[in-house]
Design a protein around this ligand. Structure first.
Ligand code: IMP
Length: 434
């Protein structure tokens, strides 16, 4: 026991995902004893670049490349056993001892073949109204969790009862697959074998995650709680129904991990210097002109999991302010500032116009957001490189003015600026563990 409990810092995406959370979590892990994922599944793609080598993590927390950091997957995450084993294999083939560093909650609901089949069948059936999901089975797996019929990953340790549990679940879903969607049924044998193949790798790393979290904190170790996707994809507070099926906002860091909410000392909101979105749904500041294409090209805006091109647009302060409020964000980390380097001017959306009236709040739900027209404030561009800057003073004055204006409008300080994909291309004005 240490005299002082370790701090817990939550990192969330403050837009529609892909803000660069993985890099920031990896950077901050030099000060922590554990990194915890608390929601989402392998729909996430967290890209880390260290010494020019790129690693894309989907399920495993972005602390796995550091020795001495426990990587914990909390019960709020839906886990595809096949995807988990694959990711462990990829890391171990590169010499990263993933299984030594990783523990998975026994209570995680599993994503199985029937969930993937249902996700795809539903998207097909929605036609032009498709959500644009990642097709990973995320939504159907969360439905099973709240429907109290999920097969949880801890059940991999009981092969005798597992077979019957898988059979009941697969047959339940086969009914809709065949009779609602006119698709082929999923084979119980195939799903059961999928589970049994993964069991040998996963069963030894199953653990009681709340117990690990509290043991680490009582020993004085700090924790990072790593969000996936972004706050505007939150199932309750995002642009419903064009959202993911989990709570991506900071409160889920407590419910999805087993950490009490009073233990959270800071919430760091990761904000891209502009905005991107993958999949369908309203996006008030979307650009369908050359500037949008330029942002996509310079920012390499393609999904790290699905490879889909991301939609690009200006920074939206109205949406951001709501996100900062509902997540209790204490500081922002701005990423990909360098993508704006070549622009003559940069814009920030400071309010909306809805049916001819000024609007200063993000309305609820996709239909209402779709009616918002952005009202912009224009700032001069800096037309010089910010790539790789490591001190605030190295940034050109116009880039500093952009960041200043951003924090002034948002009402929350910018504590970290990421200036490139490499771990060290970062300006840390205040470290959340100081
Ligand atoms: P699902 O999470 O696969 O059900 O997809 C629902 C929505 O969330 C779609 O618009 C996806 O493009 C989006 N989404 C899911 N995961 C991510 C992510 O990691 N980054 C960005 N968008 C995501």
């Amino acid at each position: 026991m240490s005299d002082r409990l370790g701090k817990a810092v939550v990192v969330i995406g403050a837009q529609w995902g892909d803000e660069g959370k993985g890099k920031v979590v990896d950077l901050l892990t030099d000060r922590v004893g554990g990194v915890v994922r608390f929601q989402g599944g392998h729909n996430a793609g967290h890209t880390l670049v260290i010494g020019g080598e790129k690693t894309i993590l989907r399920l495993i927390p972005s602390g796995v490349l550091r020795a001495g950091v426990e990587c914990l997957i909390g019960h709020g995450v839906v886990v595809s056993p096949t995807a988990l084993v694959e990711e462990i294999g990829e890391l171990e083939n590169r010499g990263v001892p993933a299984r030594e560093r990783l523990r998975v909650s026994m209570a995680c609901p599993m994503i199985l073949g029937c969930h993937v089949a249902l996700d795809k069948a539903r998207e097909l059936a929605r036609g032009k109204d498709a959500i644009g999901t990642t097709g990973r089975g995320i939504g159907p797996a969360y439905e099973d969790k709240v429907g109290r019929r999920a097969v949880r990953i801890g059940e991999l340790a009981s092969p005798d009862t597992l077979r019957e549990r898988v059979e009941t679940l697969v047959e339940y879903h086969n009914f809709s697959l065949q009779h609602r969607y006119g698709q082929q049924p999923v084979s119980v044998d195939v799903v059961y074998e999928e589970c049994m193949r993964a069991a040998a790798t996963i069963v030894p790393i199953l653990a009681d995650i709340p117990a690990r979290i509290h043991a680490l904190r009582r020993g004085g170790a700090h924790l990072l709680l790593e969000g996936a996707q972004g706050a505007l994809l939150d199932v309750d507070q995002g642009t419903y129904p064009f959202v993911t099926s989990s709570n991506t906002t900071a409160g889920a860091a407590a419910t999805g991990s087993g950490l009490g909410p009073t233990a959270i000392s800071e919430v760091l909101g990761i904000v891209k210097a502009y905005t991107t979105r993958v999949g369908a749904g309203p996006f008030p500041t979307e650009l369908d002109d050359d500037v949008g294409l330029q942002l996509a090209a310079r920012g390499n805006e393609f999904g790290s999991v699905t490879g889909r091109p991301r939609r690009c647009g200006w920074l939206d302060i109205v949406a951001l302010r709501r996100v900062l409020d509902v997540n209790g964000v204490t500081a922002m980390c701005v990423t990909k500032l360098d993508v704006l380097d070549e622009l003559e001017e940069v814009k920030i959306c400071t309010s909306y116009e809805v049916d001819g009236k000024a609007w200063h709040e993000t309305p609820v739900g996709a239909e209402a957001v779709a009616r918002c027209r952005p009202v912009y404030e224009t700032l001069p561009g800096w037309k010089s490189s910010t790539l790789g800057a490591r001190r605030f003073e190295e940034l050109p004055p116009a880039a500093r003015a952009y960041l200043d204006r951003m924090q002034e409008l948002a009402g929350v300080p910018v504590d970290i600026i990421s200036t490139g994909a490499e771990r060290d291309d970062t300006i840390v004005l205040r470290h959340p563990f100081d």
